[in-house]
Design a protein. Structure first.
Length: 183
């Protein structure tokens, strides 16, 4: 009699890596990202014109968040996800931002501040510090990205906004980003 040995059931699991972020609040501006990229000349018909444009977009997002035109690649995983790039792909560490581009980006932030009356008056740097520069955790699963954003006391104001960011999937992104922002 040839009985099969009783072997433990083996389940293969992919390694899950969670990355700590300091720019998780950018998801608030989800609806404005495609418009911004188009106005910066980085996209055409909802696709990046090339890989170089996608790499620049990563740094333009960081400028939107922090006001800085140079950021190390290691600090940009969420930006890469939002631009549809693999985390391992290197991007420029710095970009030249013209005065017109800076005005466009800061104008976008001012428009959001003026539209979102419940937050009161705020400067561009105040909005960045209170809403965009935010800690979070980014995790990749087989079918999606997951982002958990740090909660702050005034986050209850998010419920009084028209922002849409719980699931983000731009045409250039290979898989969606699911956002958990407790407010």
């Amino acid at each position: 009699m040839n009985a099969k040995p009783n072997l433990p059931n083996k389940t293969t699991r992919a390694t899950v890596t969670t990355l700590a972020l300091k720019n998780a609040g950018v998801v608030l501006l989800n609806n404005y990202i495609p418009i911004l990229f188009n106005r910066l000349g980085l996209t055409n018909e909802n696709q990046f014109i090339d890989n170089q444009a996608a790499g620049k977009a990563v740094q333009y997002l960081q400028f939107l968040i922090t006001g800085q035109s140079a950021t190390e690649d290691i600090c940009l995983p969420l930006n890469k996800v939002l631009c549809g790039l693999p985390l391992a792909q290197s991007v420029p560490q710095e970009i030249d931002i013209s005065n017109n581009e800076q005005q466009l980006i800061e104008g976008l932030i001012n428009a959001v501040i003026n539209y979102w009356k419940d937050i009161g008056t705020s400067s561009v740097s105040g909005f960045r510090g209170n809403w965009l520069i935010r800690e979070g955790l980014l995790t990749e699963t087989e079918e999606r990205w997951e982002l958990t954003v740090e909660k702050r006391p005034y986050d209850l104001l998010i419920s009084r906004s028209s922002f849409s960011f719980s699931i983000i999937k731009h045409p250039w992104m290979p898989k969606p980003l699911h956002v958990n922002w407790p407010y």
